[in-house]
Write a protein that binds this ligand. Sequence first.
Ligand code: NAD
Length: 432
Amino acid sequence: MKVSVIGTGYVGLVTGTCLAETGNEVICVDIDENKVEKMKKGEVPIYEPHLDVIFERNIKANRLQFTTSLDEGLEHGDIIFLALPTPEGEDGSADLKYILGVADEIGKKITSYKVIVDKSTVPVGTSEKVREAISKNTSVDFDVVSNPEFLREGFAVDDFLKPERIVVGTQSERAIKFMKKLYQPYVRSGNPIIIMDEKSAELTKYAANSFLATKITFMNEIANFCEKVGADVDKVRIGMGTDSRIGKRFLFPGIGYGGSCFPKDVKALHKSGLNSDYNFKILDSVIEVNATQKTILIPRIRTYFKNNLKDKKIAIWGLAFKPETDDIREAPALFIIDALLKEGAKIIAFDPEAMPNVERKLGSEISYAKDMYSALENADALVICTEWSIFRTPNFEKLNSNMNSSVIFDGRNLYDVDEVSKEVEFYSSIGR
Ligand code: NAD
């Protein structure tokens, strides 16, 4: 089939590449000229495991092309995906200017029937707004479909190629036929394509993300309480998680959720509620608890150094909001670095993939190490912010000899408390 994807970020690029992988002819459109130039040269502009191989294969096969021209994209695709940003607006609601801006252009430019598929995460009612924005400029027939994306950064290719479910929100039989044909190769094992009305599809995405953010936050509160009463959150987690109604996943406590989705999506659902005269009290608490959790290590670090962090050299392991991505949007590490810098500490950081993105944001405010051990040279403490696998079994001899004092604040509970306590001078983690 002929497909165009407008917006070539984490979602759009994975969508376009994975759709080309099953034989579709795909054109990806982006307004970022540098990004498009890079992609035309065969460079993947983000870090996403396994993406490079299928990216290269499909470019070579001429099934995957890139352009800055929206006209070209709209001319090419029978199905037009919108994978555009929906960032947090000033009042917490999702900012729809990118989506509605492109919708406006679509109306001016299409000359034949198109299925416009919204993959961005958007509030209930957006499909209707997109439809209005397009139809005010055209009399050409088109359909709008809500098709929220559930991929996880770090597993995005696998999630796209083998989705647990695909949600398709539309009441148009014609559009349903297009969507089923397009997605059939990805659900051969029997996972469902769930067809529903567009409002329910739009809400499904916010409900899923808000539920997951709530699950993490609930566990963070249990961890904080464990510390007050001398319980061990690892034991509580396993005790709880073996109940199949609860499940083992998403029960790991830490320094709060970050990323480009959970923070803004929870806020957007909360704001959507208020706009419809409904107060999601539970989401209010999730937002508040998570904001505190992101810097929960700061008072501990302060106490350890007797309220004097001036010129203390603090090493940071992990900058990305989670492992296996270079995405630093709303990453807890950035909040911790900001708080430590304000208290006069000197920061040296290491992350396997996210350092270039942090350097673009923070420049020389902090230093960047070439590997995990050189970050520790003469450091007074180590703060672990992302659970990259390479941090899980460090050489403690090397760690001890590199650091001024082997003091670890572990925001991701990477080590067994008893074991690590034998290796280092001081160890603090979450809920244990
Ligand atoms: P992103 O910021 O990585 O990418 C968006 C891209 O759109 C950028 O490359 C940008 O240059 C481009 N763009 C902006 N305006 C444009 C325009 N007018 N024409 C063409 N391109 C334009 O965003 P993302 O993380 O891919 O997220 C996109 C949407 O998908 C958001 O709504 C997000 O909430 C949702 N989502 C994201 C994830 C995720 O893990 N990142 C998962 C599921 C859903």
